[in-house]
Design a protein around this ligand. Structure first.
Ligand code: PLP
Length: 461
């Protein structure tokens, strides 16, 4: 563990961090008496902190990002070589890695043809919202500008994205929000809003979207923005029949389908993209996190040629193109890293590994549910799994957030980093989240679920 600093200097780093760093999602008062955590090094599935303590990372860097694992020299080399050749030029011009990654990613996305680069998931979603509004102005007199989003989904941290945010606790205190965003119901069958199950529930949940479109007026609704599998809202795998009906509804009312693949994209569910599990044909897809596994900041919005064409059909109109800027969309490190990231996934057959290891994780979590009555529901797709904790299986009363966080803390003290929905959904921050790197082996999966087993025994008795 050195990371370029001498062993003795680490306490200075911790002091600097305590004195100057403002961590995301963190209340800092405890650092007045305790230490902030500093992660110093990572290799494969493991990271080491300032004390040299090893952790098995079951959340790919905390937020579903490091899909191919830590310490990949080939990605570092690809980025270095590209930076030496050309680090940056603004997106009005092209770049070699930009063109090559675009070719590679759209090969995996039949029907999609155009890639717009930017640098975070929030930014990519903002681009999509802007496109919807501009299309409304160009084609529908400005009227068809509303974006529908779903309860429990999350699309990013900016005011625009929070306006499309289905997590009330995440949004709290950040209003007022932008107009033109309208909520549709969630599709989590375990928390069913209708007395139906299976395909009937899935279709009903999709029909609820149609009801919102009709209530708003189809001529005012431009797009529907959904996560393929809801991530931070509780790892919600869609019920059967849901996506087919959603697609039909979008077609019927000429509503663009924008799929937020920021978490699911590039392998997380065992397919290149989450929507490909459900036979959906999107108009716009946004991706970030796992695109370059965190080796460089990159996000993009990928569209069909039909969407693209709407921005070039009248070249004589000086306003008729996508008048959006992304300074860091011109960084070449992103697509250079992303290309190498995809090569690794292909050459190491990581999609298949994700399916195999994801199945093992679900099996292990189901075994935990047999043993611990607090595990009310187990859900997942590939290496993207959740276990919802409840106080009572019959009433499904959610486990208290404090106790859920105690399970996370217990795992951490065992050297296993897991996640949980947190401060997102009032009363429902009760789902443990697991998203290990796609390189996970059977022993890693067992190690993670063994730690959870012990933690559940200790916290819930
Ligand atoms: C589904 C989804 N979309 C968008 C975002 C926002 O991405 P970023 O944090 O890169 O802006 C996130 C972040 O967690 C996410 O989970």
């Amino acid at each position: 563990m050195d990371g370029g600093i001498r062993e003795n200097d680490i306490s200075r780093i911790v002091d600097l961090d305590r004195d100057h760093i403002w961590h995301h999602l963190t209340q800092h008062k405890p650092f007045e008496t305790g230490e902030p955590r500093v992660i110093v090094e990572g290799r494969g599935m493991r990271v080491w902190d300032q004390k040299g303590k090893e952790h098995l990372d079951a959340v790919s860097g905390g937020v579903w990002t490091v899909n191919v694992g830590y310490g990949r020299e080939s990605i570092a080399n690809a980025v270095r070589d590209q930076l030496v050749k050309l680090n940056y030029f603004a997106g009005a011009a092209g770049s070699i890695p930009g063109a090559l990654f675009a070719e590679k990613v759209i090969q995996k996305m039949p029907g999609m043809t155009r890639v717009y680069y930017c640098n975070s998931g929030s930014e990519a979603n903002e681009k999509a919202f802007k496109m919807v509004r501009q299309i409304a102005h160009k084609r529908f007199g400005g009227k068809k500008n509303k974006v529908l989003y779903r309860e429990r989904d999350y699309h990013g941290t900016t005011i625009g994205c929070l306006s499309a945010g289905g997590q009330d606790e995440r949004n709290a205190q950040y209003g007022p929000f932008a107009p033109g965003f309208v909520r549709v119901p969630h599709c989590l069958e375990y928390r069913a809003q209708w007395d139906l199950s299976g395909e009937a529930y899935g279709q009903r949940a999709a029909d609820a979207i149609e009801e919102v479109i009709l209530a708003e007026g189809a001529d005012t609704v431009g797009a529907l923005c959904l996560e393929p599998v809801t991530a931070g809202g509780g790892v919600i795998t869609p019920p059967q029949g849901y996506w087919e009906r959603v697609q039909e509804i979008c077609k019927r009312y000429d509503v663009l389908l924008h799929i937020d693949e920021v978490v699911c994209g590039v392998g997380r569910t065992g397919k290149w993209f989450g929507y490909q599990n459900y036979g959906v044909k999107p108009d716009m897809v946004t991706m970030a996190k796992g695109v370059a596994s965190g080796y460089a900041a990159i996000a993009c919005l990928v569209t069909t040629e039909d969407v693209f064409d709407m921005f070039k059909d009248d070249a004589s109109d000086p306003m008729n193109y996508f008048r959006d800027i992304s300074t860091f969309g011109g960084c070449t490190a992103g697509p250079a890293a992303a290309l190498e990231n995809m090569r690794i996934i292909e050459d190491e057959d990581l999609l298949q590994n994700t399916l195999d290891m994801g199945a093992r994780m679900i099996e292990n979590l189901n075994a935990l549910a047999d043993k611990h009555s607090v595990v009310g529901d187990v859900r997942g797709a590939g290496l993207f799994c959740g276990a919802e904790l409840v106080q009572n299986r019959t009433t499904k009363e959610p486990a208290a957030e404090k106790k859920v966080q105690a399970v996370v803390a217990d795992c951490m003290s065992q050297g296993v980093v897991i996640g949980a929905t947190n401060r997102s959904l009032p009363g429902y921050n009760n789902t443990l989240c697991f998203s290990p790197a796609l390189i996970a082996k059977a022993d890693d999966i067992d190690h993670i679920t063994d730690a959870v087993d012990q933690a559940l025994s200790r916290v819930f008795g």
